[in-house]
Ligand binder design. Sequence first.
Ligand code: MF3
Ligand code: CO
Ligand code: CO
Length: 251
Amino acid sequence: MIKIKSPGEIDKMRKAGKLAAQLLNHINPFVKAGVSTDYLNELAVIFTKMNGAVSAPLNYRGFPKSICTSINNVVCHGIPSRTDILKNGDILNIDVTVILDGFHGDTSRTFLIGEVDKETQDFVNRTEKAMYLGIEAVKHGNYLFAVGKAIEKYVGQFGYSIVRDYTGHGIGRKFHENPQVFHHYTKANKIRLQKGMIFTVEPMIIMGKSYKVKTSPKDGWTVTTADGSLSAQFEHTILVTENGVEILTAT
Ligand code: MF3
Ligand code: CO
Ligand code: CO
């Protein structure tokens, strides 16, 4: 079952989405070489609290911090740490989710630290483009699998891989609701989109040829590429409308 949000719920999702986007904007100027990912987490804690919201990741299924920070070959769910210091040439995904007035706003971006080589810059920019192409495929009456189809068609030409083990998701009062949103083409997403549905589009793209990932046995959270190659991700929370979408986490 996929929930159709009421006008009142949509209004609250707009507010939560906007705050999540503002949180990333707030952190942005501090994302640079020499800074620890735990410092960025602390900034998020303070900003979220000051705005009357709650960080969704903290204690979610036991997650120990308030944001996810995923560096280089880390695909997602990286845990902020005082010993993870950003360095020149790194790429870092920051994924934030806030709960405002009972509703979730979820968004992420991949940041370039200092001078990043051209190949990597292209990779990150194409990952963002892939997210927007997926979002543009969404419209009342279309199939949900149009998202994965559009992303696959675009990233395939570069020889990149699309992560399959983690997906976008419905979102609302709960962090993760139906449907699962696959970023590759699959009949599992042969679902008609209806206005009033809200879900995330958040492709995790791997620079190498394998889409395989593994989870750290040490912390149970950190997901890395199986082959050690780079991974990038961007995420927006979107509302399905008659003519397309409204991006709730736009800046
Ligand atoms: N924000 C992630 C998502 O986009 C989920 C993080 S779950 C956590 O779905 F527990 F790691 F925070
Ligand atoms: Co997220
Ligand atoms: Co999400």
